[in-house]
Design a protein around this ligand. Sequence first.
Ligand code: SAH
Ligand code: AVI
Length: 330
Amino acid sequence: MPSSKRESQIEISHHSGVGGPFAGLAEDVRKGLAKTPKELPPKYFYDARGAELFEEICELPEYYPTRTERALLVQIADEIVSRCQCSALVEFGSGSSRKTRILLDAMARAALLDLYVPIDVSEDQLRQTAYALGEDYPGLRVHGVVGDFGQPVEGLPEGGPRLIVFLGGTIGNLTPDEAIGFLRNVARMLGPEDRFLLGTDLVKDVVVLEQAYNDAAGVTAAFNRNILLVINRHLNAHFDPNRFEHLAFYNRDESRIEMHLVARESHQVSIDAVSLTVGFVKGESIRTEISCKYTREMVETMLEEAGLRLIRWNMDENRLFALSLSEAVR
Ligand code: SAH
Ligand code: AVI
């Protein structure tokens, strides 16, 4: 039977150079594990299993950011779209794009929706999501980019006005310098009619914060240990995740949650692909993630420093999470 459904166009391209987003893993592991204290970049959590575990985290009772941001998006999506008149949505760290659908729906309601550009290191999830969106939004052009948002992403498809979004509080996983660098790249990308929507997790009661990263079901612990399995697979390493304890706590001085993997006993791990043997003493930790928490003032200062001007600020009534809309300063 001929279908009257408008065809969607799906395209996936790579922006991270030869070898894909895991190409830098060997160098990052070598450098990170030589530091004192040891650390690993959080982007390596997100192989297919890590992406699945993150989706589970989003549904946990203790993990308030996802449901809070989702409710905020439902509240403000139509207004933002009507104010921006955006026909293209560009998203950094798009993941499953579940919450993004709230914005896509608002753009479709306003009869503006034309182009969606999800950018993520997690290739399998990006592909699956792009094809699912193509099915669900007839006529939508989806141009997925497998790439690292730590690098300027160039050559994006034409379309607009554009709404560029960075949701979930993922900016908090960057150091303050990395966050400013990222925001400067966004400011450079923004044309006069384009806008930037940023999700930030807010400073709050320490108990609420720490519970969100220490869930009773142990999903966050599994997510944390998954980084070791990624290293085992890609670098022929011999980490035993059971020899590491999940640790997550709020560092008040730095205004951030820190996630660590702490060695339960002294032992050595060989990483064959980089001809390295790494020693751990009992209690020694690898910092696997930071997750910065902000006040409105901190967000505004960060935006300003990067050449962006805050034009709208929305928080939930419990002041857990915020969405801010900004434009480039000309
Ligand atoms: N935006 C979604 C997903 C957040 S999880 C939400 O709000 O629920 C963080 C996402 O960012 C993951 O999909 C992960 O693969 C991606 N990511 C992490 N570091 C990245 C990097 N350096 N470059 C591109 N994507 C990255
Ligand atoms: C993706 N990012 C915003 C999450 C966070 O809360 O920092 C990652 C995460 N780590 C543990 N739980 C969730």
